[in-house]
Write a protein that binds this ligand. Structure first.
Ligand code: ZN
Length: 241
């Protein structure tokens, strides 16, 4: 069974579709897990929620999803993020809104805990260090944990430390220490690689594969311009940071 793992899609439907195509080209996909921030920043919030729903994805809520539906205040967002999140929220219909409202903060599936931030603070806390990774593993009941939120793709193995994928990706076998894996961001990568980031979990190989997919960045940028979204959010997509 092959599971596509995505996070931080951020209303970038072009990037999501490129990821689905790239993952699907390597073999059939049986499931999709989504680690939150379906909306925010990008130009296609409604279409992206609909695509995620049509995939039957196991999904959790991210801070931008919570902000777009008014579950949390936008006061703590920076100016550009706040403007984009407000606009994203205005584009949703009732069905998309209630889908986002119904998403849990944490899900356990196939020996993985899925959270957007960290297990102890699923919506807000950034997992950025070895200390954070060890703390995350100490606070879950499953073997491994999948996180998003930082928009940085990486894998941490307990006892061995962190590994960053190279251009060809990274294979992470599930037979050593417990894992903390971030598939990276589909819609707004910040690890200096503008390609959409994702992961695939192959249960037969019992390994995770960290991957990237090139997509039409200019098409997303044009749609953002037309929507009047803040310029810094548009230009950063070209450089992936
Ligand atoms: Zn995000």
């Amino acid at each position: 069974m092959r599971t596509l793992i995505v996070s931080d899609v951020h209303s970038n439907l072009t990037a999501l579709d490129a990821v689905i195509a790239a993952a699907g080209a390597e073999g059939p996909l049986d499931a999709v897990w989504c680690l939150g921030d379906i909306v925010g920043y990008g130009p296609w919030p409604l279409e992206t929620v609909r695509r995620i729903r049509s995939l039957g994805a196991v999904c959790i809520q991210g801070n931008h999803d919570a902000g777009a539906i008014g579950r949390i205040s936008l006061d703590t967002f920076n100016h550009a993020a706040r403007e984009a999140c407000r606009w994203n929220g205005q584009q949703l219909d009732d069905e998309a809104r209630s889908f986002l409202e119904g998403l849990p903060d944490t899900v356990a599936v196939a020996g993985f805990t899925l959270v957007h931030g960290t297990p102890r603070d699923p919506l807000w806390e950034y997992l950025t260090s070895h200390t954070d990774a060890v703390a995350a593993l100490g606070s879950i009941d499953t073997r491994d944990v999948l996180v998003g939120h930082t928009h940085h793709q990486f894998a941490f193995e307990d006892g061995r430390g962190a590994a960053l994928p190279g251009l060809g990706g990274l294979t992470v076998p599930r037979d050593g220490g417990r894992l903390v894996v971030n598939p990276g961001s589909v819609g707004q990568p910040r690890d200096h690689d503008p390609r959409a980031a994702f992961a695939v979990y192959d249960s037969e190989a019992d390994a995770l594969f960290l991957r990237r997919a090139a997509y039409d960045v200019a098409a997303t940028q044009r749609a953002m311009e037309q929507a009047g979204l803040p310029e810094p959010l548009i230009s950063r997509l070209s450089v992936g940071r």
